[in-house]
Design a binder for this molecule. Structure first.
Ligand SMILES: NC(=O)c1ccc[n+]([C@@H]2O[C@H](COP(=O)([O-])OP(=O)(O)OC[C@H]3O[C@@H](n4cnc5c(N)ncnc54)[C@H](O)[C@@H]3O)[C@@H](O)[C@H]2O)c1
Ligand SMILES: [Fe+2]
Length: 385
């Protein structure tokens, strides 16, 4: 039977990051490994975190080698830094990439130097032990929900495969709107569309529950009414705050899994390095259009949540309007509309390989609204070119 649990203590509010040091000290932690990427460090986002740790006499070191779509080598490097130093807990600070890498580091450092590549990409079916060093997660984008999710996505650059690693839920999440206040608009746009994709894929997931739908409903409403403002509106700070919370709420909605948007976009990012939210934003309308006939009852329920006046429309028409609205939002916030856009770089000759890769992602596809054959997946990719 399905089950539902809110497992992560979540501290939120403007300036809440100042409590991090106190909370670490209260748990008896002595030395943090702060896992992040160079962009976060350059943006000065670590300053308030380090000040809070200093105030409580908690030592800290920084591992900032994480890249977007983090790799097994980055996880192994962080686990080694953890085990070679004195750190006894991990703080993941950044978008999904830094937080996912921090999850991998918290797990593999506890496993005593096991190579994440051998473990994740070797036997493939080895059950993952639920053991990890204590982990705090501090999101600086409004998108992935990684701060409360049990999953991390780690890429093997040799095969370009993005592996879903489970059982690595953080212990405390800190949602501080001050940390997203200076997020560049293109990152706000892409990560916001990732959050919308989580909520919509969760809503139409055949395994959804009253609990996941409750979170998905709220997230779709809150993202639809704040994302444009958060990207470039006059009331950016308050819209960004709403987006930070909405992305977390969307993360709560995806506990029953996601679908073909993520299955197909992981391949695009794994092969071409495309930001996760950009690949999702392009594929979301195409996958929903593919499912339109079958999904129109569920998609039509989403219409009013996105601000569409669907009064008097039949379900099919309302569902079509949802697809149109997804495209309008994506265009307004200046995300490319095609996978063939030079910034993404996919071409027709990639389709067969990408479909083959996507079919290996059964763990992601499991929650798809209905099965898609190789021909179906190829048709979706081609429709997005
Ligand atoms: N674990 C999960 O449940 C889950 C869910 C969805 C996606 N993901 C994964 O998350 C990754 C994507 O994460 P993301 O979309 O949050 O982006 P990201 O973490 O890759 O960050 C993108 C860029 O934004 C910069 N950045 C982030 N916050 C900033 C800020 N406040 N100010 C200035 N620059 C900032 C970073 O330095 C980086 O260069 C992908 O690998 C994806 O597969 C994980
Ligand atoms: Fe995602």
């Amino acid at each position: 039977m399905p089950s539902f649990a809110l497992t992560v203590e979540t501290v939120f509010g403007d300036g809440c990051i100042a409590e991090l040091g106190q909370r670490a000290k209260a748990k008896g932690y002595k030395h943090a490994l702060i896992v992040t990427d160079p962009g976060i460090k350059a943006a000065g986002i670590l300053d308030s975190i380090m000040a809070s740790l200093d105030e409580q006499g908690v030592a800290h070191s920084v591992y900032d080698n994480v890249t977007p779509n983090p790799t097994v080598a980055e996880v192994d490097g962080g686990a080694k830094a953890m085990n070679d130093g004195d750190a006894d807990f991990v703080i993941g600070v950044g978008g999904g990439s830094a937080i996912d890498a921090a999850k991998g580091i918290a797990v593999f450092s506890a496993m005593g130097g096991e190579s994440s590549k051998t473990y994740l990409f070797g036997a493939g079916t080895v059950p993952f032990p639920n053991q990890m060093k204590p982990l705090f997660a501090v999101p600086t984008t409004c998108g992935t929900g990684s701060e409360i999710s049990p999953a991390a996505v780690i890429t093997d650059p040799d095969t370009h495969y993005k592996h879903l690693m489970l059982n690595c839920t953080p212990h405390i999440a800190f949602l501080d709107p001050n940390l997203v206040a200076k997020m560049p608009p293109p990152i706000t746009a892409a990560t916001g569309m990732d959050a919308l994709t989580h909520a919509i894929e969760a809503y139409v997931n055949p395994g959804n529950t009253p609990f996941t739908r409750m979170f998905a409903t709220r997230a779709i409403q809150q993202i639809s009414s704040n994302l444009r403002q958060a990207v470039n509106g006059p009331d950016r700070p308050s819209a960004l705050r709403n987006m930070l919370y909405a992305a977390d709420i969307a993360g709560q909605s995806m506990s029953q899994g996601l679908g073909q948007v993520h299955g197909l976009s992981h391949v695009v990012s794994g092969r071409l390095g495309t930001p996760h939210g950009v690949a999702n934003a392009i594929l979301l309308s195409q996958v929903m259009e593919f499912h339109n006939d079958f999904l129109s009852p569920q998609l039509s329920e989403i219409a009013p949540l996105m601000g569409i006046n669907a009064h008097g429309m039949d379900a099919k028409k309302a569902a079509k309007e949802v697809v149109t609205q997804i495209r309008a939002l994506r265009d307004e916030i200046k995300i490319p509309s095609k996978l063939s856009d030079p910034s993404v770089g996919m071409s027709e000759s990639d389709v067969a390989q990408f479909v083959e890769d996507a079919q290996k992602s059964q763990g992601v596809f499991i929650a798809a609204p209905r099965a898609a054959s190789a021909e179906d997946l190829a048709a979706i990719y081609k429709s997005a070119l």
